[in-house]
Design a protein around this ligand. Sequence first.
Ligand code: HEC
Length: 130
Amino acid sequence: MKRFFDLSIILLLIFTITLTACQGEIRSAAAAPSALMGDPATGQSLFMSTCAACHGPDGRGLPGLGKNLVESEFVAVKNNPELVEFIKAGRNAADPLNTTGITMPPKGGKASLTDEDLYHIVAYLRSIHK
Ligand code: HEC
């Protein structure tokens, strides 16, 4: 009887430890993506003050200034971190990857934008993309 008691205590301990470990994992898995998900409303106001000058207030681009982002294949195929990296770097007219011969300045010319701001802007781009 004593042996059985010892064994059940050990099993209970193992069970509790496993359960606690799993809960920790579930919590961190849920927290991870939210750090990469911006708020579209905040993104919209940042877009209006920085990006709309070239991409238009509706995001559909202005001739000779910036491309249509609503129907952009590029926006469709890139994930959020990739879009943030692109916006940070911009794209010089001399870059072989440039498609228009027009320069997009890094961060659209607003150096003060943080990574968090850029994730908000990307969330807004997702919301207007067709
Ligand atoms: C000074 C004008 C200008 C500003 C401001 C600007 N862009 Fe651009 N953007 C461009 C140009 C020009 C291109 C096209 C580059 C090329 O030909 O490859 C472009 C391309 C892009 C693309 C790739 C689109 C595609 O289909 O290839 C994205 C995404 C983008 N811009 C996002 C932004 C965001 C977000 C902002 C604001 C933070 C911003 N841009 C500000 C001029 C601008």
